[in-house]
Design a protein around this ligand. Structure first.
Ligand SMILES: NC(=O)c1ccc[n+]([C@@H]2O[C@H](COP(=O)([O-])OP(=O)(O)OC[C@H]3O[C@@H](n4cnc5c(N)ncnc54)[C@H](OP(=O)(O)O)[C@@H]3O)[C@@H](O)[C@H]2O)c1
Length: 473
């Protein structure tokens, strides 16, 4: 779009012109002195695709579809007279605040009600006038960031208001149509209030934001715990998680579930094994020959297993010492720093007791946050009859891992007879959506709003189907 900024050599206008050019618009800066404007546009840096041109006031205004007016109030009427003919039929966006120095911190609206009502009188009915931007500081507009302030837009012609609001949205501003042009008086007056606030509270450039009624909390929230350092044996995982949460401004609330990747827990617990140091047994060599896995890895898998369920190509499925059925006893080398050559290869085992790991983490995180929490240690497990892994709970504290809904009523009042939900797995799966599997580097997440039964005694054993109920053996 072709846009003129009358007064674009000044503080507000130049910031506006640069921002509009950055999103690709053609900008004509109008000045009392065309040569000044032409020289000025060469100095504007914006990093976008839009081009800038300099011209006299009427010349710039006449070339464009939308004309922003950003001159001091003392120059307002004079400037409007100069562009009146050129802007007939066009949209004029007036940002003028009727400030009368030196008392700029005191509201002094003109007799017509506001600067923009004076503009309407001066320009006549043929111009579509919109009022905007009085409450956005030039510095804020010029900054290379999403502005943390909103814009009040007044105007009688809804279509023109929408054109202006779309332009503002392109610049990253949320804006509000606050009603007909006379309502601009409130925005114009507000500037003196913001100037007072800047002075009294050293706010830099105060802005406004419109709030609604009580915001409904989302039913479920998932916060990734980002910025954790590389973990090593002996590190304090709870302190690392608490520190990262503090950094990202997430304050743990009562009932939150902190889900931690098994890898992070295993690393701080030093569950590394050097393959060169493992002496494979005969059984391990046999499983290795059948599966194609290195014998040392097969040995480690068997050492974690209570029972070997299946051996297949590159796969040894076991029931581990806590009764969990999983591939390769959860041992792998992904996200483990490589060693110094083949002989030095390291793998990572599951924590010795994932429930105990969860209990320790819970106690430390609760001490930090001062609220009751639950902790789940999770890993990505395959499902026997479905493709793809999902985040699953392998250790838990503070939460009953199943939610027994038997006895509750369905929508039609019928009693639920068999509904038992593996809520700890569901929470682990939700967390895994933000934790990732590869190089995301997010080894923990906080789940807020999940419905579960808190328990100081329960652990993951409730989630494991007793052998006598296993119909596939
Ligand atoms: N600065 C802000 O943070 C801010 C925020 C919101 C709203 N506003 C409003 O936006 C308008 C512009 O503010 P600003 O701070 O950008 O003003 P400014 O820098 O003082 O002036 C803007 C331009 O207006 C022209 N001008 C200045 N004095 C003039 C005069 N006596 N007669 C004719 N033209 C004159 C000049 O352009 P040429 O010499 O090239 O003609 C100047 O570069 C004001 O109404 C202000 O209240 C400002």
């Amino acid at each position: 779009m072709r846009i003129s900024v009358i007064g674009g050599t000044g503080d507000l206008g130049s910031a506006l012109a640069a921002r509009l050019a950055a999103v690709g618009h053609e900008i004509w800066i109008g000045s009392r002195d065309p040569a000044k404007a032409e020289a000025f546009v060469k100095t504007v840096e914006h990093g976008g695709t839009g081009r800038l041109f300099g011209a006299g006031l009427a010349d710039a205004a006449g070339r464009c579809d939308v004309c922003f007016l950003t001159v001091p109030y003392e120059a307002h009427a004079r400037t409007l007279e100069q562009i009146r003919e050129a802007v007939q039929g066009k949209i004029v966006v007036d940002a003028t605040v009727p400030l009368k120095p030196p008392k700029v911190g005191t509201v002094q609206l003109p007799a017509a009600g506001s600067a923009v009502m004076e503009a309407r009188q001066l320009l006549g009915e043929g111009v579509r006038i919109v009022s905007a931007l009085q409450n956005i500081g030039a510095e804020k507009l010029g900054a290379d960031t999403t502005p943390d302030a909103e814009v009040l837009v007044a105007g009688d012609d809804a279509a023109s208001v929408e054109v202006v609001r779309e332009l503002l949205a392109e610049l990253g501003f949320k804006s509000w149509h606050v009603g007909p042009l006379p309502n601009s008086a409130a925005a114009e007056a507000l500037t003196s209030v913001l100037i007072q606030l800047n002075r009294r509270y050293k706010l830099g450039q105060a802005g406004i934001r419109i709030t609604g009624g009580v915001k409904k909390k989302p039913a479920l929230q998932v916060f990734p715990v980002e910025g954790l350092p590389m973990l090593a044996p002996g590190d304090d995982l709870a302190a690392a998680i608490a520190g990262a949460l503090d950094q990202s401004g997430v304050k743990l609330e009562a009932g939150d579930v902190v889900v931690t990747a098994q890898k992070a827990v295993s690393k701080v617990e030093g569950r590394f094994a050097r393959l060169a140091e493992v002496a494979p047994s005969a059984a391990a060599r046999e499983a290795a020959a059948k599966s194609g896995k290195p014998a040392a890895v097969a040995e480690l898998i068997l050492s974690e297993a209570r029972e070997v369920m299946r051996v297949a190509d590159n796969l040894i499925i076991v029931r581990n010492r806590s009764g969990q059925v999983l591939a390769n006893a959860g041992i792998d080398a992904s996200n483990v720093a490589p060693g110094n050559g083949d002989d030095d290869e390291q793998v990572l085992l599951w924590p010795q007791d994932p429930n105990e790991s969860a209990r320790r983490l819970r106690a430390a995180l609760e001490a930090h946050a001062g609220v009751k929490l639950a902790v789940i240690v999770s890993d990505s497990l395959g499902r026997a009859w479905r493709m793809g892994t999902t985040g699953s709970a392998i250790g838990a504290a503070g939460i009953r891992p199943i939610r027994d809904r038997r006895g509750e009523k369905d929508l039609f009042g019928r009693e639920l007879k068999a509904t038992v939900i593996g809520v700890a797995d569901e929470i682990a799966a939700a967390a895994s959506l933000v934790m990732g599997e590869a190089d995301e580097g997010v080894p923990a997440a906080v789940i807020r709003g999940a419905v579960y039964e808190a328990s100081d005694q329960a652990d993951i054993s409730e989630l494991i189907r007793p052998l006598d109920q296993d119909l596939f053996r």
